[in-house]
Design a protein around this ligand. Structure first.
Ligand SMILES: *Cc1c(COP(=O)(O)O)cnc(C)c1O
Length: 492
């Protein structure tokens, strides 16, 4: 089975090619030509499997050309106990809600699920395609992606990675996680601007044919580790199955019953993975898209009008501070009956006017797929963090808090509601202390200790270790200099 582009029907690529390219040449995103079907029997059989095995089975259906054996080897490495010392994807209970905790990996954020796999998939794809050039990964990050990608690619032969993050747009800990990264094949740059500037810059570079020719002559080919790469999306589909399997295993549901999910959303990758799981047969009812004050998706799901012409807010959930959610394009393409011309027209309108309207019919389709919208500002999140901790003894980070609130709002009687917990509370310790009504030390590391002392929960090892690591990267550039910097570092 091949992959097609969301913007151009004539494009066809194998899965390995789609993973190596990241983005299609004309700017579209790759999607499989057919959605696999995963039967209830197969889902039932997942119940007792350890996470790596379960993930390999699910991914094998979404990564044609990659064998189950190969994927099993990859997942047993990617999700090994030395990377995920705790359970891989535990399902916690928080009052009447469930929390699918995806932050027990090497960088304490859910992006580890995808970014521990992507480098292995790229390595395998290089072999499948006979690619001899170095695959150089460009990443735009609003915080968590950067570190998770650096950690995933660091030292992987045949690859290098350059991460762009918005200067001042991340927490101090997030910045240190990136700027202290070790490895010879890594590069980290701060950009004057917000996440959208970084992402637009990376998209421009990936579509720049002249740059591609110059790099090719130097034995380098560019790709993306942003959530637009299929190799990132496929690993994310697996944990929806894992959550469902755990609920069956615990007897909360009988296999076949509906489960609802609420997903704290930024670039729309995580929730899209949930919808793809549903498309392939996982009995998901609602998919609640939870946003912070940057609620462009809330308005979109309620009205069918996507309009990024609005103020950009820096919130306490910075990984969701996004006005252009790239992965939405895949949903539009698939919901429109794979209408590439229509999808391209919407994306052109977005590019030219910052706005598009999908009309009542598409809106109705989106609703009938179970999509619901929710948004909450920082004050509401802080109150939720305090309430959940004092009432239910559950500590959640500022991103997860948005999902918890959305889950409470949209919960249906008799249907389990799972909020996707995307980051460790310790990644955002000062805001956590603020939310809990505790004094906030100036120093972020003191804040970590204070949060640990107050809650009795240990600081994750990878965060505690940042205290003593030397900073290796401190350059800041303007968005228009990104091309020059990439060229100067990669073209010889
Ligand atoms: C990236 C991120 C999100 C948003 O996920 P998308 O796939 O971009 O929608 C939410 N929470 C955290 C902690 C993140 O790092």
């Amino acid at each position: 089975m091949n992959f097609q582009s969301t913007r151009e029907m004539r494009v066809s690529a194998t899965c390995a090619e789609a993973i190596l390219r990241g983005l299609s040449a004309e700017g579209g995103l790759f999607v499989p030509e057919a959605i696999p079907h995963i039967s209830l029997d197969e889902i039932t059989a997942l119940r007792t499997l350890p996470y790596p095995e379960l993930a390999a089975r699910v991914m094998a259906r979404w990564l044609p050309g990659f064998s189950l054996d190969e994927l099993s080897r990859q997942t047993s490495n990617a999700y090994a106990p030395q990377r995920f010392p705790h359970d891989v994807a535990p399902l916690a209970q928080a009052g009447e809600l469930f929390a699918l905790e995806l932050f027990h990996g090497p960088t304490s954020a859910f992006k580890d699920f995808a970014l521990q796999m992507l480098p292995r998939l790229i390595s395998a794809a290089r072999a499948q395609c006979g690619e001899t050039r170095t695959v150089s990964i460009l990443v735009a990050t609003s915080g968590d992606t950067g570190k998770a990608a650096l950690e995933g690619f660091c030292g992987v032969p045949g690859t290098s990675i350059c991460v762009f993050y918005p200067d001042g747009g991340t927490s101090d800990i997030q910045r240190l996680q990136m700027t202290t990264q070790t490895g010879d094949n890594v590069e980290v740059l701060a950009v004057h601007g917000n996440f959208d500037d970084c992402q637009a810059g990376v998209k421009r570079l990936l579509a720049d044919e002249e740059l591609a020719r110059a790099l090719d002559a130097s034995g380098v080919t560019l790709s993306s580790a942003n959530s637009i790469n299929w190799g990132r999306l496929a690993p994310q589909i697996a944990y929806y199955f894992a959550a469902y399997a755990r609920l069956c295993e615990r007897g909360v549901i009988t296999c076949g019953d509906e489960v609802d999910f609420c997903v704290p959303t930024g670039n729309f990758g995580n929730i899209l993975a949930g919808w793809l799981a549903k498309q392939s047969g996982l009995p998901i009812g609602q998919l609640v898209c939870a946003s912070n004050a940057n609620n462009v998706l809330t308005d979109f799901i309620r009205t069918g009008v996507y309009d990024r012409n609005r103020p950009f807010y820096r919130t306490a959930s910075p990984s969701m501070d996004i006005l252009v959610s790239s992965n939405l394009e895949r949903l539009l393409f698939l919901l429109s009956g794979r209408d590439a011309a229509q999808t391209a027209a919407w994306m052109r309108a977005l590019h030219e006017t910052g706005r598009y309207d999908i009309g009542p019919e598409m809106l109705a389709r989106m609703r009938s797929e179970g999509f619901a919208a929710f948004c909450a500002d920082d004050d509401a999140c802080f109150a939720a963090i305090r309430d959940l901790y004092t009432r239910d003894g559950y500590l959640c980070d500022t991103h997860t808090a948005v999902a918890m609130l959305g889950a409470q709002t949209h919960r249906r009687p008799g249907v389990p509601m799972v909020a996707v917990a995307t980051a460790s509370p310790f990644k955002f310790a000062p805001d956590m202390l603020r939310a809990l009504g505790r004094p906030v030390p100036q120093d972020e590391f003191e804040a970590l200790d204070a949060l640990s002392a107050y809650t009795g929960q240990p600081v994750p090892h990878n965060l505690a270790a940042l205290r003593t690591l030397p900073v290796r990267f401190d350059d800041v550039c303007a968005p228009e200099d990104m091309r020059e910097l990439v060229a100067s570092r990669l073209v010889h």
